[in-house]
Write a protein that binds this ligand. Structure first.
Ligand code: NAD
Ligand code: ZN
Length: 249
């Protein structure tokens, strides 16, 4: 077990801290991760439910999945101690930004104000024709009438404002993420298996820029070897402890 005191000391000494989160930070909020035991993709084939070519061929797969699985989970999910700890580090003036692979909006709900969402946000629904945006609750009302749900303005098909498999990340968002990672003094990675690129490049960018790197993930990751700290305990416990120690130092 690495010394949390030394990690907290390094954080307290760092001018600019950034965080990079993945699905694991939201698992204690009741949102399943994608990979690993109990992961969503062990039950639902991403080629059918999260692939843009399949969505364009038949959007009803995604929308039935959203109605029966995604929506009930999102409606119940609240930010947990890990999200709140990062928001508090920001309010203390320590944390500059959160880069996230998550699409659940829980960082913002916890109070983080600078959140770079690499894969978009599934609480925002967009008309594929007129680009009008709707909330998930509005979309749910539409899809109770018909699947796929249609835009009441132009009858275009709605889609979530997320990056599907088969789509590329928005260059501006990726640039922002790389800039934050490459210029911070300390990057805290929380709850990511670090196997999806280009997102998995973010910790490498941080190290190249001279930052210290902590990986907080219950399973090993391919980047553990380059990290200064690797802690394999649940994110909520560990970030609460780290926050307390930073406050004391
Ligand atoms: P992932 O599922 O590949 O990896 C999650 C990691 O979190 C695993 O390595 C697991 O060991 C770890 N983990 C699980 N519970 C943890 C806990 N309590 N504390 C610490 N670590 C924990 O997720 P990923 O790396 O984010 O990549 C998957 C992709 O799936 C991303 O592209 C993301 O957009 C998407 N996704 C998003 C959500 C969400 O928005 N909440 C949920 C699932 C997947
Ligand atoms: Zn429309």
């Amino acid at each position: 077990m690495v010394s949390l005191d030394s990690l907290a000391h390094d954080l307290a000494q760092s001018g600019t801290i950034a965080a990079f989160s993945g699905a694991g930070i939201s698992s204690e909020s009741g949102i399943p991760t994608y990979r690993g035991a109990g992961g969503l993709w062990t039950k639902y084939d991403p080629n059918l439910y999260a692939n843009i070519n399949h969505f364009n061929r038949d959007p009803s797969y995604y929308w039935n999945f959203f109605k029966d699985v995604r929506y009930p989970i999102l409606k119940k999910a609240k930010p947990n101690r890990a999200h709140f700890a990062l928001a508090e580090l920001e309010s203390m003036g320590k944390l500059k930004s959160v880069i996230t692979q998550n699409i659940d909006g829980l960082h913002q709900e916890a109070g983080s104000s600078r959140v770079i969402e690499l894969h978009g946000n599934t609480r925002v629904m967009v008309c594929t024709d007129c680009f009008h945006e709707y909330s998930i609750d509005e979309a749910y009302v539409f899809l109770e009438k018909e699947i796929p749900p249609l835009c009441p303005d132009c009858r275009g098909i709605l889609r979530p404002d997320v990056i599907f498999f088969g789509e590329t990340l928005k260059p501006q968002v990726l640039d922002d993420a790389y800039r934050e990672a490459g210029s911070c003094d300390f990057l805290i990675v929380v709850g990511s298996s670090l196997v999806v690129t280009p997102a998995a490049d973010i910790p490498v960018m941080a190290k190249r820029g001279g930052a210290k790197l902590a990986i907080l993930n219950i399973d090993p990751t391919p980047l553990d070897d380059i990290a200064d700290y690797v802690i394999s305990e649940p994110a909520g416990d560990i970030l609460s402890e780290i926050l307390d120690l930073v406050k004391k130092s």
